[in-house]
Ligand binder design. Structure first.
Ligand code: FES
Length: 110
């Protein structure tokens, strides 16, 4: 299992802002779920970094998670999806296709 870095957008826009934000859509709970997995799984802990970030771009599809070096972009990620991302992708090397919104560049970018 190669080293991977997971970025979770936790950007929070102020109430009433016209654009949605991952923070508004519960991304902090997604981040917590990843952190919990890391803390309870030594193998995962040694092979994975998880970092909260500001806006990654595809706010309309949030909560946004991106995994490098694979450059797999996930959208609409919920805390209950984290187990599957960990087992299938971070440990098994296979992206969870039902949540993938782009591979390579950010969604919508050439
Ligand atoms: S607010 Fe999360 S991608 Fe923009």
């Amino acid at each position: 299992m190669g080293f991977r870095h997971v970025f979770v957008c936790v950007n929070q826009r102020p109430p009433g802002h016209p654009q949605p934000s991952c923070g508004d859509r519960g991304s902090r709970d997604v981040l917590s779920a990843f952190m919990e997995k890391l803390q309870t799984d030594p193998e995962l802990f040694m092979s994975t970094a998880v970092t909260p970030t500001g806006c990654l771009g595809p706010c309309m599809m949030g909560p946004t998670v991106v995994v490098y070096p694979d450059a797999v972009w996930y959208g609409n990620v919920k805390p209950q999806d984290v187990d599957e991302i960990v087992e299938k992708h971070l440990k098994g090397g296979e992206p969870v296709e039902r949540l993938v919104v782009s591979k390579g560049n950010p969604p919508g970018m050439l």
